[in-house]
Write a protein that binds this ligand. Sequence first.
Ligand code: FAD
Ligand code: UDP
Length: 393
Amino acid sequence: MIGAADYKYVIAGSGFFGAVMAERIASVLGEPVLVLERRDHFGGNSFSERDPATGIEYHRYGTHLFHTSQTDVWAWINRFTQFNNYRHRVLTRHAGRMYTMPINLMTLNNFFGVDLKPSEAAAFIEAKAASEGFDDPQNFEQKAISLIGRDLYEAFIQTYTAKQWETDPKLLPAETIKRLPVRFNYNDFYFNDIYEGLPVDGYHAIFERIFADPKIKVVCNCDFFDVRPQLRPDAVIIYTGAIDRYFDYRLGTLGWRTLDFEIERPPVEDYQGASVVNYPDADVRFTRIHEFKHLHPERKHSREHTLIMREYSRFAAREDEPYYPINTPADRDLYDGYAALAEREPNVIFGGRLGTYRYLDMHQAIGAGLKSFENELMPLATGAATASRQAAE
Ligand code: FAD
Ligand code: UDP
C-alpha cells in the first residue's frame, strides 16, 4: 500500500527537478513527501549504474557531464557528492580524420590546412560568414552559418544535425546551436563553466543520499496517473512528467526526439581514446560513441575490456522516452496552449524538462527546482497563493 492519501506533497518523477523539490520539502518544511516514479529506478535521465560484466559505471541515458557556474546549485549538489576533476573534451570524426569539437583554432587550421593565429581567425571566419548575408539570424541554420561559415557548417554540423533532429534546420531554434561555443584559440574544453566534474560515486549515489531522508518515500514502477484518484483533495502536486500527457494530449502532441543506445564490450583496454567521439558524416547512422571509462581517470578499470555505447536518434512516438524537445515554431505554439491550461491548475507545479517542454541541463533543472521551491511551492505551503488569489477575485 502506498498510502498516497496520507501525503500533502506528491511528486511525479524522480529526476533532478523532483529530487530537489523532495529534498527541500523534507528539509526546509519538515513535511513528509511522496515521490512516484514510473520507471524501475529513480534519478530520471541522470541515472547511472555499474555494468555487471565489466564493472564500468555507465550512464543509461547517454553521457551526463556535470557543469555549472551557479554557486547555489554547486553548493546544493556538493552536499550529496564529491566530484572528480574530469573536464569534458569531444572529438569529431569527419572524412576519416579526427578534429576538435567544439570548433576551435585547431579544428579550423586542420580543416582548411592553414596556420592562422587567434588574431587572424575571427576575420577569416567573418569573411566566410559575411558572404552569406545573415545579419540577423533567425533559425539554427542561419545562426550556425553566421558563426562558422558554410564550409565548417557542412562538414561538422549539417549532417550531424540532420541525423540528430531529422528536422529542417531552418525550423530548429537558433538557441540549439548556441549551446556549442566557437573559439578562436586552442581551448578545447566543451563547457565554459566555472565548476565541472563527475560525481565520484556515480549519479545514482547522489539520488540514494537525497532520498535516504526518512521523510521522503519513493515508489518506483508507479505511474502518477494510476495513483492520482487516491490523492487527498488538498494535495500539492509537483508534476515533472510530459505536460501534454497531463492534459490527455487534448491540444495535440508535442514533438520530441528519442534515442536508442547500443552497448558493446570490446575486448580492448581503450576503444577510442576519449569519452565521446561525434560522427558528423552520413556514412554511419549513429551520432556518437560514448566510452565511459574515460570519465573517471581516478578509478582502476579492467585492462581486458571496455564498454562503449553507440547513440542513434529518431522521432519519439507516444510510447517512447522523450529526450530532446524539438521546439519548432508549431511546438512552441502548442506548448503555450498547454502552459495556459497549466495556469488553471492551482495546486499543481509543472517543472523539469518534460513538464516545461525545455531542454534543461542538470544544473538548470536543479536551479529551476530551487527557484520553484521558493517562488511556487512556499506560497502554496503557507497559503499565500490562495490568499492572493482570493484577494484578486
Ligand atoms: P528527468 O530526469 O527526465 O526526470 C523526469 C522523471 O519523471 C523520469 O524519471 C520519468 O520516468 C518520470 N515520469 C514521467 N512521467 C511520469 C509519470 N506519469 N509518473 C511517474 N513518473 C513519471 N545534462 C547535463 O547537465 N549534462 C549532460 O551532459 C547531459 N547530457 C544529456 C544527454 C542526453 C542524451 C539527455 C537526453 C539529457 C542530457 N542532459 C544533460 C539533461 C539531463 O538529463 C536533464 O537535465 C535532467 O534529466 C533533468 O531532470 P528532470 O527532473 O527535469 O527530468
Ligand atoms: N552539433 C553538431 N555537431 C556536433 C555537435 C553538435 O551539429 O558535433 C549540433 C547538434 O544540432 C546538436 C547541437 O549542436 O543538437 C547542440 O549540441 P550539444 O552538444 O549541446 O547537443 P547534445 O549533446 O545535448 O545532443
